[in-house]
Design a protein around this ligand. Sequence first.
Ligand code: SAM
Length: 357
Amino acid sequence: RDAAGEEAGYPRWVRINALHSSIEEQLVSTFSGYARAGRIGDVVSKPGRHLYIDPHVPNLVAVTPGIDMSKTDAYASGKIILQDKASCFPAYLLDPRSEDGDVVDACAAPGNKTTHLASILHQHSPEFASKPQTIFAFEKDTRRAQTLEKMVRIAGSKSMTRIGFGQDFLQVDPRDGKFKDVGALLLDPSCSGSGIIGRDSMPELHRKLSQVQDETEKLVRDDDGNETVIKTEKDLAARLEALSSFQLTLLLHAFQFPAAKKVTYSTCSVYSEENEAVVMAALQSDVARKRGWRILPRDRQVSGMKEWPVRGLAEACKGDATVADGCIRSQKDDGRGVMGFFVAGFTRDGAEDSGAT
Ligand code: SAM
């Protein structure tokens, strides 16, 4: 199947932005002509327009594909956001509360997760009673930061978001007084993008490369749109190594924020090198040991994530069942209608903190 063919078999996921609307309002406006589907599969297989209310992520629906939702008033006014179900997992799993203080979105553009964080903060604390919370949204690429700014404005989260235009998260000093109240960080760094629907996964690339060896030249795009030429399996391994080392560096940087108690790490990669292996290396790092960072175990996760059945790969977690079960995966082509994705949460209670490096 080509990319367009593969996309056609998937529903269109729509997140309702609690800052501007509600599911109830959208059911009687944007989706008034839609029949309610009892199963996700019906959204793509039954004739006509169908809508399915997601049982895992709050404020999320799946609708029949092929209808250009970007032409709707609800989209133009930021009431709905077009975001794959799996891409909603990180902010939902982070579950920022008013007691968590300020929040960081380390790699923010185009802003799906920044605006999701804002929507969750608003729902947990609609009155902003005590102290208003800030989302620090960093984006290294200035052009992409402009897209982020636009999305944040349309979604109604501008007043609570401080955008770091062209700001490299690794250059941000965790001990800067501005960040003293940062209790939760969401990390969604650049990755191979191999979980994106319509893209070759790495195993598929491996197969193609081994079939035509030297003559094969494959242009791959990561999830930021950057292109790399892959000619051999060695190129592929080197690319994954570079990505995972960058991802681990970012995660360890996030671990250093003095008041941080919660971190999520996510990719839209299917490859364990970018996923469980990064989690395992982070847990074994000096900063994790010194500051008491642990995996957020499944039984402490928000209800929809606890119930989500697809978990981390045990063999990539070196047999640590708590870590594997704490990790959340999603797979393309398994009938659940989502992209390939990975997310893990980390937690600490602070008692262990003995001055991180
Ligand atoms: N979280 C975004 C969303 O849900 O809309 C998607 C983020 S995308 C996977 C990764 C982003 O991180 C890219 O826009 C990339 O330019 C940015 N990025 C990469 N390295 C960065 C760094 N060191 N500091 C800040 N942003 C970075």
